[in-house]
Design a protein around this ligand. Structure first.
Ligand SMILES: *Cc1c(COP(=O)(O)O)cnc(C)c1O
Length: 493
């Protein structure tokens, strides 16, 4: 079938319309029926590869057939992040209106490098990020820039911190120099691995990252940080940056940002706050105390793609002075020089072309309204606490960490399971908890992930899907107790 009279060009409008309507129906059905799918894909590794032709089609195919293959081949290989029983890692999901944003962004296909190449993206990004700043209660001097992920946001922040340390790394690099002391970046021992990756990428090396001890609530101990900096200065090292986390990845613990800010001020260090996950909750007035001190930061990363119903990817880096990023990265080739006195996105990072990501966040904020977003986040936090209450009131399970946001860390504690006392060694308990998690995940009914806390295998249950309701927490609680009974019955006593 010819695409157009000469067989060239794009899909004819009539065909686009027809398939487009089919595709929207497909997505609507998908969201409507999502609970019918196993949360984790049940395929064996390489199943999809084996079922796809190894070479591309020489002749045009009908798009209807392609879409049919999505049902037949792609769907079984999908792990459904939008499933309300997705409680692993951090539960994140898109809203329907966020999908509209992605569609239009793809339709415009603009590359937001210069203001001139994409005024809509450049200006909407500024406006939407200022809306979000107001929603989160950050002072006016914070200006944001959108990147793909928190990993990239943080990498840029550390690069800017390194530039401010005045060691001319931008021009002279770090290799082949003997005038460069060991630079230090500080975080807690519960920091996200993206910080490790950032120091690798930036050539600082893992040796530059010093992880500070935490208290029994998994929060960085500020005094230990101050001691470490003193010690490093004594050794002739060059501290450049401290990265406290509000909402760590393992347990969602909250580092004492205000106390860390005092230390950064005293030693003249860049303060970067990683709140990729929990930052969204700063829009809830009663959650603001968790963020005390972040208004003193040089940079803050928050991920609307994590917990603000915006489809992946959209991470925001707020800076006290966005020019710090420009100092580190701006490089204007002759062919990119323009006469307008405007903000050009390409000056603030390593990317030249940038996606028009602000559109979907603008859709989301307008569609739900700030109050609607607050209400949804509040409900997620309520559900996580409700679950934590069930754990605390049971004789079989125990909570392993506080629940500041919507993540519960818990485990089977080795106590009595309905019939009588049980008794397990630490190793046996670890194995038992792991088996409970594995069995639930294999069933496709729900997805849980884990962490290790002081050597103890700990289950993590995150609540964050836009589709989650109380019944989904009841469901996973029943799954846990059923699996516990089954595993204990099977375990040697
Ligand atoms: C999720 C998370 C990250 C990494 O997020 P990406 O956007 O996937 O890079 C970093 N830090 C924290 C605290 C996180 O929760």
């Amino acid at each position: 079938m010819n695409r157009s009279s000469d067989g060239l060009g794009d899909m004819p409008a009539e065909e686009f319309r027809r398939h487009g309507h089919d595709l929207i129906d497909w997505i609507a059905n998908y969201f409507e029926n999502i609970e019918g799918f196993p949360v984790l894909s049940q395929i064996e590794p390489n199943w999809l590869k084996k079922n796809l032709p190894a070479s591309p089609p020489a002749q045009a195919e009908d798009f209807g057939e392609v879409l049919a293959d999505v049902d037949r081949l792609i769907l079984p290989a999908v792990t459904h992040w939008n499933h309300p029983s997705f409680h692993g890692l951090f539960s994140t999901s898109t809203s329907s209106v966020g999908v509209f944003g992605e569609m239009l962004t793809a339709a415009f296909d603009m590359k937001a490098m210069l203001w001139r190449t994409s005024p809509a993206s450049a200006e909407l990004e500024d406006v939407v990020l200022d809306w979000l700043r107001q929603m989160m209660g950050l002072p006016e001097h914070f200006e944001g820039i959108i990147y793909d992920t928190a990993s990239v946001s943080t990498m840029h922040a550390i690069a800017a911190a390194r530039e401010r340390a005045n060691m001319r790394v931008r021009d002279e690099g770090m290799s082949g120099r003997d005038d460069l002391p060991l630079m230090r970046v500080y975080s807690s021992e519960h920091v996200h691995s993206s910080i490790d990756k950032a120091v690798i990428t930036l050539g600082l090396g893992l040796r530059s990252l010093r992880k500070i001890e935490c208290n029994d609530r998994y929060e960085m101990i500020a005094d230990k940080l101050a001691e470490a900096i003193e010690e490093d200065l004594e050794a002739g090292y060059l501290p450049i940056c401290v990265i406290p986390t509000v909402g760590t990845t393992s347990t969602s613990s909250v580092d004492p940002v205000d106390a860390v800010a005092d230390i950064c001020e005293k030693f003249g260090l860049w303060l970067h706050v990683d709140t990729a996950y929990a930052g969204s909750t700063a829009i809830i007035p009663e959650f603001r105390p968790f963020f005390k001190g972040w208004e003193r930061a040089d940079s803050i990363v928050v991920n609307p793609h994590k917990w603000l119903f915006t489809p992946f990817d959209l991470s925001v880096l707020y800076c006290r002075n966005l020019d710090d990023l420009k100092q580190a990265f701006s490089l204007v080739a002759e062919y990119l020089k323009t006469s307008e006195d405007v903000k050009n996105g390409m000056d603030y990072g390593i990317q030249l072309g940038r996606r028009f990501r602000a559109l979907k966040l603008w859709f989301v904020i307008r569609y739900f309204g700030v109050e609607g977003m607050i209400a949804r986040l509040r409900e997620h936090c309520r559900l996580a606490r409700l679950f934590a209450g069930w754990v605390e009131n049971s004789r079989d399970w125990e909570m392993m960490a506080p629940v500041p946001f919507a993540l519960a860390c818990f485990r089977y504690c080795g106590g009595r399971v309905s019939k009588g006392l049980t008794h397990y060694s630490d190793d046996e308990l670890n194995t038992l908890n792991e088996h409970i998690m594995d069995a639930i995940n294999a069933s496709g009914e729900a997805y849980l992930s884990h962490t290790k806390l002081n050597g103890k295998f700990t289950l993590r249950l995150s609540v964050g899907s836009i589709r989650v309701e109380e019944r989904h927490l009841e469901k996973v609680w029943k799954l846990l107790n059923d699996q516990l009974a089954a595993q204990v019955a099977a375990a040697p006593q």
